[in-house]
Design a protein. Structure first.
Length: 278
């Protein structure tokens, strides 16, 4: 289900005025007309049905109005209206630690991570990463949350896939900092794996996941075009990551990221034993 990601609060009258590139999205991508219903993801994360109340082609402006019952914020009535929405979530918080790839590939990886419902993407500067790519990633990550290129990619992907998980992009870190960051996530019920091209010291994914099959938090580490060095794998192991070797063809880093996220996510969310306990 497609959705529109609101960038401003609702007005006191329960309306949103859309202009600029967002006008193009609703008008040309969603092909909405006056009277049509649009699903809007509000700033507080709730999904609100809204009606296209007015389209001004000359001013390139669209007005959306809340449809159905809404309630004002209990804490501050001046904040405007906030819609109620019940979201069915898997309960799994998924992180991707991605060793920095070339800019075009990083953008593809981020887009696919958003579509898969990844909560946090952490760019990692590894020994086999290209220096130019690392510099580009560091600059892009600093602009995250400030309307940068990666923010636009996240928004576009969210609007396309309809995910309720707003993916956050972390600053670029070293391998040691990545391990420490994951260790700081206080949660005993978690799974963390590093996809490794070598077989020495690795275990099948089923074995790694089975150690905590009912985990509510998981992390996947994926190498860059050059992979991950043995020394870096040891650092990650010290941080609690389990090296995993997937018995597939040799995958490009952007393919490995999508594949790794999918298999870990599926292994943890499709476990019938855990579902029966909930």
């Amino acid at each position: 289900m497609r959705q529109f990601i609101a960038e401003t609060e609702l007005s006191a009258q329960g309306c949103l005025t859309i202009e600029g590139k967002n006008f193009h999205y609703i008008s040309n991508v969603l092909r909405a007309s006056v009277g049509d219903m649009v699903s809007v993801r509000l700033i507080d994360g709730k999904l609100q049905p809204m009606t296209v109340a007015k389209i001004d082609q000359k001013k390139k402006q669209i007005v959306l109005q809340v449809a159905g019952k809404i309630e004002s914020s209990a804490n501050n009535k001046e904040e405007g209206f906030h819609a109620k929405a019940e979201e069915k979530k898997s309960g799994l918080e998924l992180w991707l630690f991605q060793f920095v790839a070339k800019p075009v590939k990083m953008e593809l990886i981020i887009r696919q991570a958003v579509e898969c419902g990844v909560s946090v993407v952490v760019p990692v500067a590894g020994a086999f990463c290209q220096s130019g790519a690392v510099k580009s990633a560091e600059e892009a990550a600093l602009k995250s949350g400030k309307g940068g290129r990666w923010d636009r990619i996240v928004t576009e992907a969210l609007q396309q896939c309809g995910s309720s998980v707003v993916t956050k992009i972390n600053k670029c870190v070293t391998v040691k900092e990545a391990a420490e960051l994951w260790q700081s996530q206080v949660d005993e019920n978690k799974v963390s794996v590093v996809l490794y091209e070598q077989t020495n010291g690795t275990v099948p994914l089923k074995v790694a996941v089975a150690k905590n099959a009912c985990a509510k938090k998981a992390a996947v580490v994926v190498g860059s075009e050059g992979g991950i060095s043995p020394e870096e794998v040891e650092l990650l192991k010290a941080g609690g990551f389990i090296p995993v070797h997937l018995k597939t063809n040799i995958l490009r880093c952007e393919t490995a990221a999508l594949y790794g996220i999918a298999v870990v996510q599926n292994s943890l969310t499709e476990d019938l034993t855990c579902q029966s306990k909930e």
